[in-house]
Write a protein that binds this ligand. Structure first.
Ligand code: NAP
Length: 480
């Protein structure tokens, strides 16, 4: 162990993980930076040992000590069973920002070669649909919660601008679906518009996420930094990886105010696992990001330059187009090691300042409003009745309560008062009740009385208060 070595936690991961992580550690070691790796498990092996989160306590304890994790991909069973160990790690250590840079690489030919792409996706990493809160509300209807907080938006937007400022980038786009999800995605847009003027040297633009995907396919060179919500960022960053040569070249950093996790964007690629053919570049570039994070910027530059020199030499990994036998994982890493200390012909090292990462607060974060009141409730009801029949029974249930039935929707479509459209009905109705006195603040006891009366004739499974904050509706309007 070198004198004064810096401890890091390493999780080799699943599938191709152990092969590419060991290649990355060899490259890091060859830079001469003193690293002591505490190797721990997470993912498939942990699930097999019955650890429900996929992350054993000894792995968590090591990350708490070292504050830095270099990890291989972790498998997540799709559609059933276990949680994602990746999501567990990101949320456990509140690594709220996911930086995913891609750039045109020499020798990696794509339809965009020559357009000098150099794009960073800044993905919110702990909120949104990734909170994984889902319910079967009826046996045939599922619901997922998309949770977006003001503090989460502030932190990710500040990170995007701080990252842009520290790395000399000139433009930040904020990509949202604020036209449809005005309160959740809209919160990111509004926060972005409020924070952007603090960075007058950086051009700030909002773009709808669907147009962003279109523009990335048509004219990707217009983008520099793109900040976006978790799900959007997950999809967009695979897209930007594809623009510049594929997942084998896409590194990432998950940053929080205390812990940072460095990993390739790609997954465990089980189809090529154990064959020594995976491209180790993504995780090697992630390791370079890690070195920069721990203050070893010169070693990080060295690795990035050596990767470029290796690609300039014409060596190709299995996922690159071309003829002739591709280099194995180990040969590719060895070539990078032999090129350490050489300068690339195509790109100089970038100037980096340390990025100011927004601080985590130990306080409960909240937004203060001057006035708030509840004027109604949405009650979600499971029923096989037609809307008119359901409405009659709910009007009867309102009886002498303070509520009147206002509207009923089915999968977001208004079905009462009846429209003239034909919609496919499912047994999942949202029934909106408003206070007879629109200005009154409805008390919980009145809501409970309404629910009791509805519960005598229907199955209800969820209730949501209709609130007003400072006179503004704090809920979405119903679709006409
Ligand atoms: P994937 O593992 O990224 O693989 C998709 C395809 O990309 C592979 O089949 C392979 O394509 C190619 N590829 C990926 N990395 C490569 C590399 N380093 N070198 C060469 N080719 C590479 O995505 P997936 O198949 O959707 O997911 C597999 C598992 O990984 C799932 O359990 C998923 O949950 C997990 N996953 C984990 C993470 C993470 O830990 N952060 C991220 C994503 C997915 P070819 O067919 O061309 O060989």
């Amino acid at each position: 162990m070198p004198f004064n070595s810096r401890k890091i936690t390493v999780v080799p991961g699943d599938g191709i993980g152990p092969e590419v992580v060991s290649a990355a550690l060899k490259v890091v070691e060859a830079t001469g930076v003193g690293i002591e790796a505490e190797v721990h498990e997470a993912g498939a092996e942990a699930f097999a040992r019955g650890i429900e989160s996929g992350v054993p306590p000894e792995t968590i304890a090591s990350i708490e000590r070292t504050k830095v994790l270099l990890k291989g991909p972790l498998e997540t069973p799709i559609g059933y069973g276990n949680k994602s160990a990746n999501v567990t790690l990101r949320t456990l250590f509140e690594t709220f920002g996911n930086l995913r840079p891609v750039r045109e690489l020499p020798g990696v030919t794509t339809p965009f070669t020559g357009r000098h792409l150099d794009i960073v996706i800044v993905r919110e990493n702990v909120e949104d649909l990734y909170t994984g809160i889902e319910y079967m509300q009826t046996p045939g209807v599922a619901l997922a919660l998309k949770i977006i907080s003001r503090t989460g938006c502030e932190k990710i937007v500040e990170l995007a601008f701080e990252f842009a400022a520290a790395t000399g980038r000139r433009r930040v786009h904020c990509a949202t679906k604020a036209n449809i999800m005005k309160l959740t995605e809209g919160m990111l847009q509004h926060t972005f518009e409020e924070i952007a003027p603090r960075y007058p040297q950086i051009e700030a633009k909002h773009i709808l996420i669907d147009n962003c995907a279109h523009q990335l396919a048509m004219r990707p060179e217009q983008f520099d930094v793109i900040v976006t919500t978790n799900m959007n960022g997950d999809i967009l960053s695979d897209l930007t990886s594809g623009l510049t040569g594929g997942l084998g070249f896409a590194p990432s950093a998950n940053v929080g105010s205390e812990v940072a996790i460095f990993e390739a964007v790609h997954g465990s690629a089980p189809d090529i696992a154990g064959k020594n053919v995976a491209n180790p570049t993504a995780i090697i570039l992630s390791a370079a990001m890690m070195l920069r994070h721990i203050g070893e910027g010169a070693a990080a530059d060295d690795i990035e330059q050596a990767v470029l020199v290796t690609l300039e030499s014409g060596l190709r990994s299995g996922d690159m187009a071309g003829t002739g036998k591709p280099a194995s994982t180990t040969d590719f890493a060895d070539a990078i090691i032999s090129n350490l200390g050489l300068d690339s012909r195509t790109a100089a090292s970038r100037d980096f300042r340390a990025v100011n990462i927004p601080e985590a607060s130990r306080e409960v974060e909240s937004v203060t409003v001057r006035a708030r009141r509840v004027t109604g409730v949405d009650v979600y009801i499971e029923s096989r009745m037609q809307p008119e029949e359901l409405a009659d029974s709910l009007i009867a249930a309102c009886g002498d309560t303070t509520f009147t039935l206002h509207v009923i929707t089915n999968r977001g479509n208004t079905v009462y008062p009846a429209g003239d459209r034909t919609v496919t009905l499912v047994d999942h109705y949202r029934c909106r009740f408003m206070s007879k006195s629109r200005q009154a603040d409805v008390w919980d006891a009145e809501i409970l009385r309404l629910l009791t009366r509805i519960g005598e004739v229907h199955i209800w499974m969820h209730v949501e208060k209709l609130q007003h904050f400072d006179g503004e509706d704090a809920f979405s309007r119903t679709q006409k």
